[in-house]
Design a protein around this ligand. Structure first.
Ligand SMILES: [Zn+2]
Ligand SMILES: [Zn+2]
Length: 240
């Protein structure tokens, strides 16, 4: 008997999100799957938010991305930040559910195909060290690392540094979010050579206004990155 099968006899695999038993490791049960708003179909080419209508001829953008100039090139999101997706992100971020990074990377991979340049470098959105100390891990770095393993692309977890401990973005309007991040993120001085002339794929758990990703993208572009794309597990979208 294979080791895996023996383990399953004793510990049958559980749904990632509830206690239902499932048939494979790292899966969701049918109910949780239905309650997880995975994104499919036509999406904004810049942030991955779903758009009404059929597959268009060329890239299309959502109203937000048309209104705010994004410094990055293309973006994708695996899920909408609501229902069970919100629950999964909270568990990864605050619930010590580090095991979620691996299946989440699989969900990222489903939407990441247009962003996976063969010479791309994967980097997470950074946490300030004080917050890192408190939380003990950066959930975005866990996602980025797991995605790097799935894609065989290099991962640089400390490419970007948050040198100012910005106050929480929660409760701020869009302009406030952008102002709060101003000058807060910079490139690690010793990683600069890795960025020059190269496409960078930024990974984060949630995109709301895009202010944090914009600050990260700008730091990469200022250091000579060929282009920056962004990939997020969840996108906060206006209900519509
Ligand atoms: Zn479940
Ligand atoms: Zn968009």
């Amino acid at each position: 008997m294979r080791m895996q099968a023996a383990v399953h006899l004793v510990y049958p695999p559980q749904c990632l999100s509830c206690d239902a038993l499932v048939t494979t490791d790292f899966g969701l049960c049918a109910r949780c799957w239905r309650e997880t708003p995975f994104i499919a179909g036509l999406v904004c080419d810049c942030c991955g938010t779903p758009l009404p209508g059929e597959e268009a001829g060329g890239p299309v953008q959502c109203d937000d991305c048309l209104a705010i100039a994004r410094p990055w090139s293309r973006g994708r999101a695996a899920m909408l930040y609501k229902d069970n997706a919100r629950h999964l992100v909270m568990a990864l971020k605050h619930g010590d559910r580090l095991d979620l990074a691996r299946p989440a990377a699989g969900w990222l991979l489903r939407v990441a195909q247009p962003l996976l340049a063969p010479d791309a470098l994967i980097a997470p959105v950074p946490l300030h060290w004080l917050r890192l100390l408190k939380r003990r891990y950066n959930q975005s770095a866990l996602l980025a690392g797991a995605l790097a393993r799935l894609t065989d692309l290099p991962h640089c977890p400390d490419l970007l540094i948050r040198h100012r401990n910005t106050r929480s973005q929660e409760g701020r309007d869009r302009d406030g979010r952008f102002r709060n991040l101003d000058g807060a993120i910079r490139l690690h001085a010793r990683r600069r050579w890795q960025v020059e002339g190269r496409p960078i794929l930024l990974v984060d758990d949630v995109m709301t206004s895009g202010a944090t990703l914009a600050a990260c993208a700008e730091a990469c572009l200022a250091a000579g990155a060929a282009r920056v794309d962004v990939l997020v597990l969840t996108r906060v979208a206006k209900d519509g």
